[in-house]
Design a protein around this ligand. Structure first.
Ligand code: AMP
Length: 216
């Protein structure tokens, strides 16, 4: 199974990706996390990405496509995977279709998680992450056992600068300016599955599963 998840920040992509990984035994590929790791490692790509990420803007297509290409051409090439946060633009999707085709690995489905902007702002401003293991919590829907502390590492949780409300508003504008074309591209390719996120996590997951092609 080769899947792409599309949706604004805070739509529950990460949570659904995690369930798909665990239950369908898929590799998780998150470009946001890859870029943050590149920044931690101070690689040339990471350094170039910093100003865009700090402003909540998209990193240039060539930079992200390069990170993805490197990952797929590495020693542990993913075969069954779920992509979280990539492709984000139609140009990335067109490039990725060609790249996957060359590798003989066409996508099976693109899951669009549908949510209103107000709900996105509400959910994102209550997101906190562990600075050590990167586990994501939500103060409203998925709180840690002890307030402000990671369940696994016992570290104080932090709010990522790109989860500040002003940054979220910018990211939503960015999302809408590119996502419509991206979604239209995958709809035309017959790959798009639209799933409402106005439901409990488990129901959303079951709706995703029901929308997927069988026997993959
Ligand atoms: P995320 O963790 O997926 O929300 O991504 C965090 C940030 O990384 C985004 O706000 C972008 O600046 C950058 N980023 C992640 N994936 C992409 C992508 N596919 N295209 C461009 N920028 C990206």
């Amino acid at each position: 199974m080769r899947l792409v998840l599309v949706g604004p920040p805070g739509c529950g992509k990460g949570t659904q990706a995690q369930l798909l990984v665990e239950r369908l035994n898929l590799r998780y590929i998150g470009t946001g996390e890859m870029l943050r790791e590149a920044i931690r490692q101070r690689t040339p790509t990471g350094l170039q990405a910093i100003p865009y990420m700090e402003r909540g803007e998209l990193v240039p297509d060539s930079l992200v496509n390069g990170v993805v290409a490197q990952f797929f051409q590495g020693d542990e090439k993913p075969i069954r995977f779920v992509l979280d946060g990539y492709p984000r633009t139609e140009a990335q999707a067109i490039w990725f279709t060609g790249f996957m085709h060359e590798q003989g690995q066409d996508l099976d489905a693109v899951i669009q998680l549908v949510v209103s902007d107000d709900e996105v702002v509400r959910r994102n401003s209550s997101r906190r992450v562990c600075p050590i293991c990167q586990t994501s919590y939500n103060l409203v829907s998925r709180p840690p056992k002890v307030a402000g502390i990671c369940d696994r590492e016992q570290a104080a949780l932090i709010q990522r600068p790109d989860d500040y409300e002003e940054t979220i508003r910018t990211r939503l504008r960015v999302f809408h300016s590119t996502a419509d074309q991206l979604v239209a591209y995958y709809r035309a390719a017959g790959l798009l599955r639209e799933i409402s996120t106005n439901a409990p996590i488990e129901s959303i997951y079951q709706n995703i599963i029901s929308s997927l092609p069988p026997n993959k």
